[in-house]
Ligand binder design. Sequence first.
Ligand SMILES: [Zn+2]
Length: 448
Amino acid sequence: MIAYSSVLRRALMPLYEAIKGKQLLHYLSQYEGHLQWTPEQLESYQWEQLQKLLEHSFSSTAYYQRVWTELGIRDARDIASMDDFRRLPLLTKDDVNKHYSDLLSSRFSGNIRKSTGGSTGVPFSFELNVDSNTRREAVMWRGYGWLGAGLGTKTLYLWGADVGEVNRAKALKTNLYHRFYNRKMLNSFAMTQSNMGSYVDQINQFRPEAIVSYVNPLYELARYINEEGLSVTAPGTILTGAEPLHDFQRSEIEQAFNCQVFDTYGCREFMLVAAECREFGKLHINSDHLVVETLNNEGAAVVGESGDLVVTDLFNYGMPLIRYQNGDNATLVDKPCCCENPLPIMESIDGRKLDVIKTPSGGMIPGELFPHLFKEFSGIRKFQVQQLKLTELKIKIVVGQDYDQDDQRKIEQEINKYSLGELALKFELVDEIPLTASGKHRVTVCEV
Ligand SMILES: [Zn+2]
């Protein structure tokens, strides 16, 4: 039997692309070809593409022209090395909001506009030119491909779906589109404790070769499967993304699905940034498509320790995002992976900086404390700590059957160690914790 993935890639997609004038397959082969390169070739290719982007941005966007000129740059060629590049100012979400139209290239029109609710609920939009959108799709398929979930692989997505009413014509179109790509979508936003059984049934009916999912919903589902002792069709591979994957979540998911889990890292502004390799589970960075840096609090480049992630898309000519700080943290390392993939690696994605909780006497409790603390309590399904007043911490928890009244006392004890007892702890048992506008679960919220 011929696999659908090869029919899709060899026959259906070329036809579709010829009609649509799209170049996904062309870019996909090109990017896959880069995996035969040496790290040095990749580095010089990146620098070449970066120079083109800098020239383009300086000559066709009012924003970079103004900001760089103020720094004494008269020509993009003045940025003559990676060191020079690393001295260029950072770009934040605020900058994009404030200088939106000045960031658009005068040479491009008909960009694609994308919006996100953002983790803080503040809406954020940006644009990219059509060709660069095709390129990032190709980069995504390359990464998914080396993990066994490439173009045309029978894949089940447990992912956030369209919010709001979808009319029948649109639903039909979306359905056909997913069938073309050989995938089935399950809406992670709509999954609750009471309908998880039907999610398991649908997975068993579809028998996917790959599962791609947000971390938290798949972890929830895995816990349910393990607790109920259900059996699930084991896929060949599982890819997670969109939220940080903790070790305890990975092992719970692997146990439930009897399948290895691989993490991917991406964000709305750049799509797939890095994906683990099958051999060593190292996150390989798409350095032939993006420039990825990490900086310490003083703005200096760091390697081997966690820093603010700063990314440049080499091909978004419509709205160049140069040295864009996306709010996540990561740790880069300066050594190659032992597998054959020449793309550089990062040690870890350290996640979105969780909100720090403050104490009245000026102390700070790192947000990362809370996931580590709460994972010790199997009766707590979800939690969120919320600080709306300096003297009080609200702890919202969704509990399961094995929740023990004594858990609360233990949690109080732990938190008091860090807060020195200065925070009044208010527990609230809730049915559900609302997700952010972008469908993610926020663990700590500090509004003081
Ligand atoms: Zn590797």
